[in-house]
Design a protein around this ligand. Structure first.
Ligand SMILES: CC(C)(COP(=O)(O)OP(=O)(O)OC[C@H]1O[C@@H](n2cnc3c(N)ncnc32)[C@H](O)[C@@H]1OP(=O)(O)O)[C@@H](O)C(=O)NCCC(=O)NCCS
Length: 217
């Protein structure tokens, strides 16, 4: 039976495999080949183990999706909205500075499991998790070119809110930075701890555009 549950430290290796494989498949042509080729599940396992073992306030709650065979084929992370520099469209709203806005920090399926409805299932669980954590609204960031993910979000009731940004976050901090929270790049901070401030990002190597999507939880 397909099920979604909270991740534990024991899931670190499986999560690293899913994360690495998903990025290599999804972002080929979008990120430098050398960067994607360098992603290594063994190395990522250590980062995931650390993130799962040291989860603190302001960091993500991670979920795993197990397929019928009990294999972890999907991972998702939810938490407070992270304050990032918005390059056009609406910036942080007043509500960004309290804890009422959550964020889907990441969602990844192993490529062998794409196109079976499992992303939808995992996204539903992630949204429930945001609701259970008390969020009434949530945001996520998606690459303009990520048609598959945008289809998933659109079908699930998420809609672009007009904000976009171009940052080097993913290249600089790697896919794993995004889930580690406090250890991630300086551009990423939980909004609550940076109330009122705008974060300045370092010089950018990567100008890919991302759109912000939003929905009520
Ligand atoms: C984004 C991602 C999670 C979406 O997963 P997905 O499997 O494509 O999404 P869904 O679960 O919605 O599956 C929908 C597809 O499965 C098909 N499908 C097959 N059986 C289905 C079922 N029982 N229920 C629903 N859809 C089903 C649908 O027809 C649909 O096909 P389509 O997209 O060609 O129209 C996945 O592609 C992924 O991990 N990508 C890499 C990482 C990434 O981009 N993450 C998002 C960053 S913002």
């Amino acid at each position: 039976m397909v099920q979604v549950r909270k991740a534990t430290v024991e899931d670190a290796a499986a999560m690293a495999v899913v994360h690495t494989a998903a990025w290599k498949a999804a972002y080929r042509g979008e990120m430098p080949d050398a960067y994607l080729d360098g992603l290594d599940a063994t190395e990522a396992t250590g980062r995931w183990r650390h993130a799962l073992a040291h989860r603190g306030e302001g960091q993500a709650t991670n979920l795993v999706l197990e397929d019928d065979a009990g294999t972890v084929v999907g991972i998702a992370g939810v938490g407070p909205e992270r304050l990032v520099e918005v390059t056009s469209g609406p910036g942080p709203r007043p509500s960004d500075e309290d804890s009422s806005v959550g964020e889907l920090w990441m969602i990844n399926l192993h490529p062998a499991s794409w196109g079976k409805g499992l992303g939808r299932r995992l996204l539903e669980s992630a949204t429930q998790e945001l609701r259970a954590a008390g969020y009434r609204e949530a945001v996520l960031w998606v690459l303009d070119t990520n048609a598959r993910a945008r289809r998933l979000y659109g079908r699930a009731g998420w809609a672009a809110d007009g904000a976009s940004r171009r940052t080097a976050r993913s290249i600089r901090s790697g896919p794993y930075g995004a889930i580690i929270g406090a250890a991630a790049a300086a551009a990423i901070r939980p909004a609550k701890t940076n109330a009122g401030s705008r974060i300045t990002t370092p010089p950018r190597a990567d100008r890919r555009a991302r759109a912000r999507y939003r929905r009520r939880c």
